[in-house]
Design a protein around this ligand. Structure first.
Ligand code: NAD
Ligand code: ZN
Length: 361
């Protein structure tokens, strides 16, 4: 048996107001007068007080990200080209000294992806998979402004490509630096706060109930779950701090375990029906009583407490072809199902089972 030898984020800052230390972090990277930084910022922050605090210098580039759709390989490639064009106009051609991703899971994943594609030739679709990246990325800094995905901690950047939704998983993907400033969660719409937070809750339930679990993953997963319970069942006054740590620890737990049935189904919903990750997970989790009885029960209490009504009957008018595509997407996620059922998962994960689950959503 070979154990995973995985990379974690080497440097991190945590605390209210810590965003203002970004300037110091970047100063360490800036060596020459024409060194520049690229800021990839969720456009929800445009013209907001946070935008004024971005420590961009005159030679830097600020790109406002459209996250209406979750990150696509085509968008990553277009952003990369934009940075390269900017570089060739303003300098003798060279890469930025740092790429900063500022926003939710989408912006964090775009930050990682662009940092990777600036040093690896060809389109991002050719790197969707495990350990296909050849060269180290440009230095990259991740700063979450909504919490739950664990993207700040993980070694993947999830992308929708021409023929699959799959991450660029590699040690080079991991952020060189993260800044976790709970102040930045201000202004997140309540329903989105819930859906993205539930991503974390569900990561923990799937990991803790999975066959891949070990004490390393359990230590992070149990603590993360406890923090989620404090945030979503008890409205703890330090909820922002707690959710931010829950997200990070959930990401650490998954690094040494795996997600499960809910994520497999949710990938199908997202790939075929365009549901965003957080809400897609919630819709899928709500039909998984047999898989995660305790977890689903508590999830329903959370829904009730926060007055969240999930869409229902979403697959009612789906064409047969789309249903098949969704079933194929979900059943293709071998490690997730192995985490649910163990080595013999193929006997259990039948098209009938998946069809039944999808038709109940
Ligand atoms: P998101 O980044 O798509 O953001 C959700 C919404 O919240 C957006 O409209 C955004 O503009 C808004 N928002 C973000 N911060 C805000 C703030 N402070 N105030 C007001 N609005 C704010 O959502 P997400 O749930 O964080 O991320 C989902 C993405 O993350 C998906 O693409 C998913 O595939 C990916 N993901 C990645 C990993 C990983 O390990 N890399 C893990 C899980 C999910
Ligand atoms: Zn997730």
């Amino acid at each position: 048996m070979k154990f995973r030898n995985f990379k974690t984020v080497p440097k991190m800052i945590f605390g209210r107001g810590s965003f203002d230390q970004l300037d110091d972090v970047l100063a360490d990277e800036r060596q020459q007068p024409n060194d520049f930084v690229v800021f990839l910022v969720d456009q929800v922050h445009k013209n907001k007080p946070l935008a004024e605090r971005i420590p961009a210098q005159s030679q830097d580039m600020v790109i406002w990200l459209d996250v209406t759709d979750e990150p696509k390989t085509t968008y990553v490639d277009a952003l990369t080209l934009k940075v390269q064009r900017f570089a060739s106009q303003n300098n003798e051609w060279k890469n930025p000294v740092s790429v900063v991703g500022l926003g939710g899971g989408s912006a964090l994943d775009l930050g990682k992806a662009v940092a990777l594609m600036l040093t690896n030739e060809g389109g991002s679709a050719s790197y969707q998979g495990w350990d296909l990246i050849k060269n180290p990325a440009v230095h990259h800094v991740g700063i979450p402004t909504i919490s739950g995905t664990g993207a700040e901690a993980s070694r993947t950047t999830v992308l929708t490509g021409p023929d699959k939704k799959l991450g660029m998983n590699s040690d080079y993907t991991v952020y060189d630096q993260i800044i976790m400033d709970p102040d930045l969660l201000q202004g997140v719409p309540r329903d989105q706060w819930f859906y993205t937070g539930m991503d974390c809750y569900i990561h923990n339930i799937e990991a803790l109930n999975g066959t891949y679990i070990n004490e390393f993953a359990r230590a992070f997963g149990e603590k993360s779950l406890d923090l989620c319970n404090q945030v979503f069942l008890r409205d703890h006054p330090d909820s922002d701090e707690k959710l931010m740590m829950a997200s990070y620890m959930g990401g650490q737990s998954i690094a040494y375990s795996q997600v499960g049935a809910c994520h497999a189904l949710s990938y199908g919903l997202s790939y075929v029906m365009g549901y965003h990750h957080g809400i897609g997970n919630c819709i899928a989790f709500d039909v998984l009583d047999e898989f995660y009885p305790e977890g689903v029960k508590t999830f329903r209490e959370m829904l009730k407490k926060h007055n969240i009504t999930l869409p229902k009957g979403i697959t009612k008018n789906l064409s047969e072809a789309d249903m098949d595509k969704m079933i194929r997407t979900a059943s293709g996620l071998a490690p997730l199902w192995e985490n649910v059922y163990g080595a013999n998962w193929k006997d259990k994960v039948t098209p009938e089972l998946l069809r039944d689950l999808y038709s109940r959503m």
